[in-house]
Each structure stands twice: as structure tokens, then as C-alpha cells.
Design a protein around this ligand. Structure first.
Ligand SMILES: Nc1nc2c(ncn2[C@@H]2O[C@H](COP(=O)(O)OP(=O)(O)OP(=O)(O)O)[C@@H](O)[C@H]2O)c(=O)[nH]1
Ligand SMILES: [Mg+2]
Length: 536
């Protein structure tokens, strides 16, 4: 197909602003699924996604749309997750697109991930189409949200699309706007092949299946390909695309998004951001993107010692489809044999734990989440330590550094006092304080990640009565005022922490007993103040 008629775009937004619901409508209006196959948030296919009503994994779908100009367009849509733990999925999706639909809830306005994702899209030079969703709600304030988009994000919003993804109002205009305003892909099918790997999954019959965006050239069945970073060569066995059902294709051309099956044994062999080239016509690698690193670490131990082997198998299986998840054996005097695991964040940790318990029937003990410290030995050697077992002798340590995050909090003006106090207590340093509107405030803080992994999110929600939103990313390392070696000891910090010694012990206990409270489910999300105080 002439690239003139191809549009690649993704849907980005703050959590719950209606990305997957908009994707539903786009699928429906382009006839990708029949009425019988259609249900709410059809792209959220994992059990956990459906139960919690959140998207965990980005999904890429090819649609066909006959526009009002009479031409048939091929639209490659990517629905992304909104939760901060999965923001790397968003940045990968962005590198496969020329445009992004920035969905903003008309009743909530611009939130933390709206800002973070809009900046991410702008840094990828994408054309951003603002879409104001949920205009059917009585509390919708589309004009006010338009002003916010202009003033906070500096994106022109006079022609923002006003829609209700739930009822379908205005969604046809979204399709027309994609065709008219998102630029077509640039590459040419005549150049040597360069395809960017931006997702992969494991199929028991086919091995690793990689999802690529072809930037230049074309790829055909039975061609010999090479993955630049791994330096391995493979023969293409099957090409295809998701509609959302997988369909086989003869070839993929510059501008297309599709999957490649090539007898790649492990997902780890097909690295995200790697470039697929043709052995016969080698081309340079594309810029790619940074490898994802786990940020939060915890020990997972089976309750029954006999479950150790099944746990190892289960972890291996989970990791096949989740490159962000890391594990290695660990043993503890108190808990016996188990594994040290790394996660992207607390929601990711909760999901892995829940999947292990549910899908593999394991009964587990999880230790309190912690972070990876950087330690400089007196000899000058620098090591990274994510587990108490690996901690060097105190007399060997010259310096301990801990990971610092840059957090952006958007909240109502009346809860600012409580939040400032909370950040102060969590050893935060204020970097910025900005009014987004007379009643909304954006705070930027640098905080030690270790303080976030316990009850920060929870306390932020209660300090703001549910109205604050949080986004963060790793900002680097700084010398630690906490003493992790003691933190990790079983007695847990009753006397060994500067600041609020007992509090941390309580946080640890609370988190162990009520692990769900960190990441409330969708039903609990934005409550009116009186509901927040008197649940149920
Ligand atoms: N009233 C109303 N509700 C909507 C509309 N669009 C979405 N919703 C509701 O908003 C909630 C969140 O919708 P989702 O589509 O799951 O949101 P999302 O942005 O995909 O959420 P994540 O993927 O978890 O970030 C659901 O309960 C939807 O039914 C709308 O136009 N009007
Ligand atoms: Mg979703």
C-alpha cells in the first residue's frame, strides 16, 4: 500500500481517562470486530486487566477505514497503559508512531500522566491530537480542559476533539482527524530493510514473536534476517498483523506494523529497540531505546519448602512474556530458599505476585519492597546491591547512594499543605511549585525511591482526598541518609533510622498485611470527599 494511505498512531492518557474505551469505538466503527465479538475494553484481554479495569500491556491493532475523501486508509493503532509503572510501554509505542491521540477526561482535566505522556510524545516529535473524552458526564468542563491543555501542555487546543468514547459521540471525527492531521510514514520500500522491534511475546509453538515497525524497506517470507544487537540470523517463517485477530501476510513494507515469526527461541534474544535487517542488504541500526531496568526489589519465598521447584518454573514462565521482570535465587535464614525479584514498581510487583498465586497455585511470602543501592567500597570499587544478603561489611563501605526519583504531583490547592508535609517527611526536596489554574497546583519533588515503595501513594491519596495524581521517573543516585543495611534486618528499623523510626516499621507491617492498598482498584478511584472518609 502507498504509505500516503497509512497512519500510525497511539492513544495516550492518564490512567482511566478512557483510552481502551476509545479503542473499542475505533475497532467497532472500522468493523474490525463483529458485534458479537465486541465487549467493553476488548483489548484488555488478560484476566487481571479485565478484573481491575486497567491496561497493563500495550496492544497494537491494524484497522481499515474508508475516509470521507473516498480513500481507504490503513490505521495502525496502539492502545497504551496509563499507570506509571508501565510508562516504558508508552515510550516504546511512541517510537512506532507518527501521531498520538492525547485523551483527557473532561471532568478531571490534565493529570500527572497526561503531562508526562504529552512530553514524551513531544520528545519523539509526534503530532499530538488532543481529544477531550467523557463529555457525556454531568461534571464535564470541556472548555476549561481546553484552556488547561493550552496553558499546561502548550498544545493548541482550539480544534481539540470533543467526544464520549462510551456513547460514541464524536468518534467519527477522531478517525477523520487521524487521516487529515497525522502525517503518513516517511520511509521507502525500496531502501534496505530497517525494522524496529517494539514488543515481543512468547508463543509455545512459534517461540518468540516480535512486533516491528518497518521504518525502511520491505520484509518478505523466507528472507534471512538479522537482529543487529544479538548478531544472530534467522529465517522469516511467518509475517502477519493483529486485527485484533492475527492474520498472515506475504510482506510488510516501510510504514507498516506487524509481527515476525522466525524461530527465535527466547524473548530475551529479541531485545526491545533492536533493529531487524536483511542479511543480504545490511543497513545500520536504528537509534532504539534504553533497556528497562527493575526499580523495586523484593524476596519471594514459598510458604511450603516443597513449592520451591514449582516456584522456579513459574517464575521462568512469567519471565518469558515479561522482559521487565527479573529474578535470581536467594536464601534467607528465616524464610529458607526463595528468589530475589525485581519489578518496575509496586503495581507490577502486585501483579506478578497475584499471577503466581492464581495461575500457578503457589502460596507465597513476599518481603517488604526495597530498592537497589549503589555502594562504593573503600577500595574504590562500585557495586549495586538489591538484597541484604549481598550487603558488604560496614567497614568496607566508603559511600552508600540510593536511587532518587523526580516526582510530579498534580493536586487541588486545598490539599497542598498536607502534601508538602508528606513530601518533607519522606525526605523530599522541592524543585518546583506551579499553579496550573486557580485551583490546581503542580508540585515537582525529588524523593528517594525507597520512601515511595511503601505507603507514599496511599498517603498522597488520603492527604488529597483522592484528588492528587502522581508521575515519577528515575532521576539518578544521591548519597543516602538512611542506612539500608539496618533497614533490611528483621527487626526493621525501630531505632536505626533518622527521622521517623517507628513509622517505617509500621509501614512495612501495613504493607505486608494489606498489600492491595497501594494501588487501589478502579472502583475506588476518584471518590467524593465524604465517600473517601466513609467508605462503604
Ligand atoms: N461516562 C463515560 N465514561 C467513560 C467514557 N470513556 C470511558 N469511560 C469509563 O472510564 C473508565 C476507564 O476507561 P478505560 O477505557 O479502561 O480507561 P483507560 O484509559 O484505558 O485506563 P488504563 O488503560 O487503565 O489507563 C471505564 O469505566 C469506562 O467505562 C465516556 O466517554 N463517558
Ligand atoms: Mg486501557
Amino acid at each position: 500500500m502507498d504509505p500516503k494511505f497509512i497512519r500510525n498512531f497511539c492513544i495516550i492518557a492518564h490512567i482511566d481517562h478512557g483510552k481502551s474505551t476509545l479503542a473499542d469505538r475505533l475497532l467497532e466503527m472500522t468493523g474490525a470486530l463483529t458485534e458479537r465479538e465486541m465487549h467493553e475494553q476488548v483489548l484488555d484481554s488478560m484476566d487481571l486487566e479485565r478484573e481491575r479495569g486497567i491496561t497493563i500491556k500495550a496492544k497494537s491493532i491494524r484497522l481499515h477505514y474508508k475516509a470521507k475523501d473516498g480513500n481507504m486508509y490503513r490505521l495502525n493503532l496502539i492502545d497504551t497503559p496509563g499507570h506509571v509503572d508501565f510508562s516504558y510501554e508508552v515510550s516504546r509505542a511512541l517510537s512506532a508512531c507518527e501521531g498520538a491521540l492525547l485523551v483527557v477526561d473532561a471532568s478531571q482535566g490534565v493529570e500527572a500522566q497526561t503531562v508526562a505522556n504529552a512530553f514524551l510524545a513531544a520528545s519523539h516529535n509526534l503530532t499530538i491530537l488532543p481529544v477531550i473524552n467523557k463529555i457525556d458526564l454531568p461534571a464535564a468542563q470541556p472548555e476549561f480542559v481546553k484552556e488547561q491543555i493550552e496553558s499546561v501542555l502548550a498544545i493548541p487546543a482550539e480544534d481539540a476533539l470533543l467526544i464520549s468514547a462510551k456513547s460514541g459521540i464524536g468518534v467519527e471525527d477522531v478517525l477523520e482527524a487521524i487521516v487529515a492531521r497525522v502525517p503518513p510514514p516517511k520511509g521507502s520500500a525500496e531502501n534496505p530493510l530497517q525494522a524496529l522491534i517494539f514488543d515481543s511475546w512468547f508463543d509455545i509453538y512459534r517461540g518468540a514473536v516480535v512486533l516491528v515497525r518497518v521504518m525502511e524497506g520491505r520484509i518478505k517470507n523466507h528472507v534471512k534476517i538479522k537482529l543487529v544487537a544479538g548478531n544472530d540470523t534467522y529465517e522469516v517463517e511467518q509475517l502477519g498483523t493483529l486485527t485484533p485477530k492475527p492474520i498472515a501476510l506475504e510482506e510488510l513494507e516501510a510504514g507498516d506494523v506487524g509481527f515476525i515469526v522466525a524461530n527465535i527461541k527466547r524473548v530475551a534474544d529479541a531485545r526491545m529497540g533492536d533493529t531487524v535487517i536483511e542479511v543480504a542488504h545490511p543497513a545500520p541500526a536504528l537509534p532504539g531505546f534504553e533497556a528497562i531496568k527493575p526499580m523495586v526489589f523484593a524476596g519471594l519465598f514459598p510458604v511450603l519448602a516443597d513449592d520451591y521447584e514449582p516456584l522456579r518454573d513459574a517464575l521462568g514462565k512469567l519471565q518469558l512474556n515479561d522482559a521487565a521482570f527479573f529474578y535470581e535465587p536467594e536464601n534467607s535464614v528465616a524464610l529458607g530458599f526463595g528468589f530475589r525479584c525485581g519489578f518496575l514498581g509496586l503495581l507490577h510487583m502486585e501483579i506478578v505476585q497475584e499471577r503466581l498465586e492464581r495461575e500457578f497455585g503457589l502460596n507465597l511470602i513476599t518481603t517488604a519492597p526495597s530498592v537497589r543501592y549503589r555502594i562504593t567500597r573503600v577500595t574504590g570499587e562500585v557495586i549495586e546491591v538489591d538484597s541484604p544478603a549481598k550487603f558488604p561489611n560496614p567497614s568496607d563501605i566508603a559511600k552508600i547512594e540510593e536511587p532518587i526519583i523526580k516526582a510530579m504531583i498534580i493536586t487541588n490547592e486545598d490539599s497542598v499543605g498536607g502534601i508538602l508535609q508528606l513530601c518533607q517527611e519522606k525526605r523530599g526536596t522541592q524543585k518546583n511549585f506551579e499553579y496550573l489554574s486557580p485551583t490546581r497546583v503542580m508540585l515537582t519533588y525529588e524523593l528517594p525511591l525507597n520512601e515511595i515503595v511503601l505507603d507514599f501513594y496511599d498517603r498522597l491519596k488520603s492527604a488529597s482526598r483522592g484528588y492528587a495524581s502522581l508521575d515519577y521517573h528515575l532521576a539518578g543516585y544521591s548519597e543516602s541518609s538512611a542506612d539500608p543495611s539496618r533497614d533490611w534486618q528483621p527487626r526493621h528499623c525501630t531505632r536505626n533510622r533518622r527521622g521517623h523510626p517507628q513509622k517505617r516499621s509500621r509501614q512495612v507491617l501495613r504493607r505486608r498485611h494489606f498489600p492491595q492498598t497501594q494501588t487501589p482498584r478502579k472502583t475506588k478511584r476518584r471518590q467524593a470527599p465524604h465517600e473517601a472518609r466513609w467508605p462503604g
